[in-house]
Design a protein around this ligand. Structure first.
Ligand code: KIV
Length: 289
């Protein structure tokens, strides 16, 4: 594996070569380091942080600043992987100017690209960002930022809805995106979209016929106690951390932590000097009225 920084062009090259693209979300330094050392191709600072980091019920309350804060922590790990900053709800919907300005701020903070949710209705903003020199990743199928209007249902269950996902994807490719996330969509629709596009598709809950896959860090390592149904858990992170914390609490309460190797001692000569000084201080304070 080459050690060169992954770029959007690299994603397109991987598709041409028929190699799968691996992405995961990360929200801070250690997660980014772990993902990069594991050899993933891309890291998404997802607005899913609203749920898995902040405990919100949806991604709607996530702000521009929230993603900026977590992006800085991910960039600190200097990952080889492509770093994609997710644009939160209402940071690109209102106007082309706002979309370019906000996306540009993430690029200035060290993101290699940004991601936006939506299809035909956002092509003008995608074009404006790409024209400004900002690599953009699309996101079709289920769009959690629009769940109040569209719901949280599986997309592409009917031919009519499948055509919508297909047309959204084609419109985004024409607007200049370098890849597209397809979320919670039937595998047949994801397969047709993948065949029709030159840019790679990255799937989450949309089957195996895509050019790559993405999972949320907390779901993958088992830190999310109520993950979505399409998730595969690769570790029991929640239990591992809870057991570590329980052992710590037990050892503090029973006095078995800290042990001698966890603390530092004075030289005996310095100790007797200290005790001497303290005893003098005590007797002088007793004698002062
Ligand atoms: O925010 C996120 O984690 C995402 C993924 C589900 C693709 O957008």
């Amino acid at each position: 594996m080459s050690k060169d920084k992954v770029t959007p062009y690299h994603f397109i090259k991987l598709k041409k070569e028929g190699k799968k693209i691996v992405m995961v979300t990360a929200y801070e330094y250690v997660q980014a380091k772990l993902a990069d050392e594991a050899g993933v191709d891309g890291i998404l600072v997802g607005d899913s942080l609203g749920m898995v980091v902040m405990g919100y019920k949806s991604t709607i309350p996530v702000t521009f600043q929230d993603v900026a804060h977590h992006l800085k922590a991910v960039v600190s790990a200097s990952p080889r992987a492509l770093v994609v900053a997710d644009m939160p709800f209402l940071t690109y919907e209102v106007s082309r100017e706002e979309a370019v300005r906000n996306a540009g701020k993430y690029i200035k903070l060290g993101a290699d690209a940004v991601k936006v949710e939506g299809g035909v209705e956002i092509v003008d903003r995608v074009e404006a960002m790409v024209k400004a020199g900002i690599p953009v990743m699309g996101h079709v199928g289920l769009n959690p930022q629009r769940y109040l209007v569209l719901g949280m249902r599986v997309r592409g269950k009917t031919a009519e809805d499948g055509v919508r996902v297909y047309e959204d994807s084609k419109a985004l490719e024409e607007a200049g995106v370098f890849s597209i996330v397809i979320e919670f969509t039937t595998s047949e629709v994801a397969a047709e979209v993948t065949k029709a596009l030159k840019v790679p598709t990255i799937c989450i809950g949309a089957g195996p016929y895509c050019d790559g896959q993405i999972l949320v860090f907390h779901d993958l390592v088992g830190l999310n106690t109520s993950p979505p149904p399409f998730v595969k858990k690769y570790a029991e992170g929640y239990e591992v951390f809870k057991n570590a914390l329980k052992s710590y609490a037990d050892e503090v309460r029973t006095g078995s932590f800290p042990e001698e190797r966890h603390y530092f001692r004075m030289h005996p000569d310095e100790l007797s000097k200290l005790l001497d000084i303290l005893s003098k201080k005590r007797s002088s304070s007793r004698s002062t009225p």
